[in-house]
Design a protein around this ligand. Structure first.
Ligand SMILES: Cc1cc2nc3c(=O)[nH]c(=O)nc-3n(C[C@H](O)[C@H](O)[C@H](O)COP(=O)(O)OP(=O)(O)OC[C@H]3O[C@@H](n4cnc5c(N)ncnc54)[C@H](O)[C@@H]3O)c2cc1C
Length: 472
């Protein structure tokens, strides 16, 4: 298995297995060939001397072209402001990127977009995403057999699916009551519920048997990046709501289609790739390629960098690792695209899916299986355990499967341990604004909504563009 150093300058080397981390994504360039070329700042490559270092002026500089930065830039541009987006990496997307390797699409960490996310609906053309749906169900593997659990409104029903296999009727009824409040109550009510860990909230709701241990805990571990049930119930209630309201899906062309579509809507020339902001002081952004002076700066980097640039306290981050295997054929006989969990927790895999059963373009030659584990794992070390676990989950021999790549993402998701504020301030004063999932919730919805919120705050502080003063 190759380390990232092997990959530099040799894109094909990633095909065996690769290392990627949200803070070193700019080492990868395979995606760029699939995208329309963007303006790249010469200084971003470090070849501009200090003497040449130019000073640029604009209304708004957005630092970071992940979902939050792109949403902020789109909204600010729509309001008539001149916007420049500085992105350290070689392509847009941040944690939402896709590598094309030997004809296989590999998202940098298995993730799903939920079309019920309000910000996705506001900002993106769902038809252009060409979403490929997963089934509104999960498969729970146990030593005693495999059990499909469907959304009660779409399939046989949670209670029926689990009859005799996991949990008591009382527990199932208690969870159904809990889920109904999350799914259909007003969001404001969910946000203001007493702050507890979700484990304590499920205890209080009477959900503490097999349904919880075999289904809810493994499922939520993969979504939250932790299995101690310490995440705030305020956030978990919103997660349950989104799963009740929409079916998780993948864009046919890879998860990176989301940021690519957002970037396509930016004004020509506003995006500068391979430009890393080194310093943000007041309304100035300094990079190796020059200095930008603006009337407002939106820092939309990853949470750790944002803390450094803005002087905020850094959030604790959760790590996830996804291993991708190519199998000769789908291990799921009817090829129904489902999320697979292990109700007996017999190994490190928190969830697995046959990605190509949902989105065939991800792997035309064989089947692509994703397996996600908690933490930033070394592919060498976990491969054996993951294979043994996948054999139990899919009840098939997995030795012939080829490990294509491993994506350990050290800084995958900000922790949401209580107490949390679901809407954190984006206006830091003196023309400095901050956006990113750490200002809202650790999700695509949170990132996009925070970007929109930061842009609205910028527009409110600068006034109507028609009345604005020119940038000095
Ligand atoms: C493995 C994994 C699984 C996930 N699963 C899901 C899921 O199923 N559903 C879901 O909704 N969400 C999921 N998420 C979360 C979601 O991807 C993130 O919450 C979201 O993408 C964060 O976007 P962002 O714009 O806030 O930050 P980022 O994506 O981190 O973007 C920050 C950008 O800033 C750039 N940058 C950093 N420093 C600088 C600098 N100094 N100068 C210029 N640019 C800089 C970076 O290169 C990056 O492009 C998952 C995340 C991971 C990693």
């Amino acid at each position: 298995m190759r380390e990232v150093a092997d990959y530099l300058g040799n894109p094909a080397a990633v095909s065996r297995a690769s290392y990627v981390d949200s803070r070193v994504v700019d080492l990868f360039s395979t995606c760029s060939s699939r995208r329309r070329p963007r303006q790249t700042e010469p200084g971003g490559a470090g070849n501009l001397t200090l003497m040449q270092s130019p000073v640029h002026t604009t209304d708004v500089v957005v630092v970071g072209a992940g979902l939050a930065g792109l949403a902020a830039a789109r909204r600010a541009a729509e309001a008539g402001l001149d916007v420049v987006v500085l992105e350290a990496s070689d392509a847009v997307g941040g944690r939402v990127r896709t590598d094309a390797v030997d004809g296989v699409l590999l998202d940098r960490g298995f993730q799903l977009v939920n079309p019920s996310y309000p910000a996705v609906r506001r900002l993106l053309d769902l038809r252009a995403l060409s979403l490929q749906q997963f089934a509104a169900a999960v498969v729970v593997a146990r030593a005693s057999g495999s059990y499909r659990l469907s959304d009660p409104r779409r399939g046989r029903g949670l209670v029926a699916s689990l009859a005799g296999a996991t949990g008591s009727l009382r527990e199932k009824a208690a969870f159904a009551r809990y889920a109904v409040v999350c799914s259909y109550g007003p969001v404001s009510q969910l946000r203001d519920r007493p702050e507890l860990s979700y484990g304590a909230a499920l205890d209080a709701a009477g959900v503490h048997g097999q349904l919880r241990r075999a289904v809810l805990e493994p499922f939520l571990a993969g979504v939250l990046g932790e299995d101690r049930q310490e995440t705030s119930r305020r956030y978990v209630d919103l997660v349950l709501r989104s799963f009740a309201r929409g079916v998780p899906s993948l864009p046919a062309a890879g998860i990176q289609k989301l940021p690519d579509l957002l970037a396509d809507g930016l004004p020509e020339g506003s995006l500068r790739l391979s430009v890393r902001a080194r310093e943000v002081t007041g309304r100035r952004v300094v990079s190796a390629g020059g200095t930008w002076r603006a009337r407002a700066v939106v820092v939309a980097t990853d949470p750790t960098t944002a803390s450094e640039l803005c002087g905020l306290s850094p959030p604790r981050m959760r790590a996830l690792t996804t291993l991708y295997f190519r199998a000769g054929w789908s291990p799921v006989p009817d090829r129904r695209p489902l999320l697979h969990l292990d109700g007996d927790r017999r190994g490190p895999v928190v969830n697995s899916a046959v990605v190509s059963d949902a989105a065939p373009a991800y792997c035309r030659n064989g089947s692509l299986v994703a397996a996600t584990v908690l933490g930033a794992a070394d592919g060498h070390e976990v491969e054996g355990q993951v294979r043994r676990h996948l054999a139990l989950i899919y009840r098939t021999a997995v030795e012939p499967w080829e490990l294509i790549a491993t994506y350990p993402i050290r800084e995958a998701l900000p922790s949401m341990a209580p107490p949390v504020t679901l809407t954190r301030r984006v206006d830091l004063g003196d023309g400095l604004f901050v956006a990113g999932d750490h200002r809202e919730t650790p999700s695509m919805q949170g990132a996009l909504a925070s970007g929109e919120r930061a842009a609205h705050a910028v527009v409110a502080s600068l006034g109507a563009p028609a009345a604005r003063d020119p940038v000095a």
